[in-house]
Design a protein. Structure first.
Length: 222
């Protein structure tokens, strides 16, 4: 039991920091050649991001792979597919594409659900790549989903440091997406959850491996 509790503490700590994996970017001294190579990589990444942006529809699941240690640790906790470390729900609003997502860590001081521009969510400085997935939902379902997403955002749901699926007043990243889809679509989507001992949680892979979810695009920044 003591070992299991230790694992759960480790899990919660990793998720807390990994869910804040996309923020600013560190300033690392490099040679001129390395700097040019990195600049070219960043330019290619933003071109790829723009190509994905043109494909996004409101209600899509957007996922990303953070390039820091905590994101690597979180990816390793996914039970079936360890590609991604964070997730959000896309929304076109007045010709601007936003991603709603639950974020913890120092980059989000008030710990409330965020609504970030797609470019910020997908930025290549602290991410290795992104993925775009779409659930097979009709227009009415998507409208209902987005009403739920925006309600949770405007309520100011805080980040869930306890990672408790039974409570709805606080949510971590995958939990926010999971509950938005379940509540917003009136139970039409059913998800597999993950287990660590007797601890039940939702992993990012539980979201995009749902049977009614389809991959639209996956890109690796290179």
């Amino acid at each position: 039991m003591r070992q299991l509790k230790g694992c759960l503490i480790f899990l919660c700590t990793i998720i807390l920091y990994a869910c804040s994996d996309s923020s600013g970017h560190s300033n690392i001294e490099t040679s001129s050649a390395d700097s040019l190579k990195e600049q070219q990589k960043i330019q290619r990444a933003f071109i790829a991001i723009d190509s994905v942006k043109k494909m996004v529809q409101t209600g899509d699941l957007v996922v990303r792979t953070g390039n820091d240690f905590t994101s690597e640790s979180l990816r390793s906790l996914n039970q079936r597919d360890r590609t991604y470390s964070h997730c959000g729900i896309a929304s076109w609003e007045h010709d601007t594409l936003f991603v709603y997502h639950a974020l913890g860590g120092d980059f989000n001081p008030d710990q409330k659900i965020r609504r970030d521009n797609f470019e910020l969510f997908a930025e290549p400085y602290s991410n290795r790549g992104i993925g775009l997935y779409r659930y097979q939902l009709d227009a009415a379902d998507i409208d209902s989903l987005m009403i739920t997403v925006r309600q949770l955002y405007h309520i100011g749901i805080m980040f869930d440091m306890k990672f408790d699926l039974q409570s709805n007043d606080r949510m971590y990243c995958a939990e926010f997406v999971y509950k938005s889809l379940v509540m917003g679509c009136n139970g039409k989507l059913r998800f597999t959850t993950s287990q660590l001992g007797d601890f039940t949680f939702v992993g990012v892979d539980d979201l995009f491996l749902q049977p009614l979810c389809r991959l639209q695009k996956k890109i690796l920044y290179q």
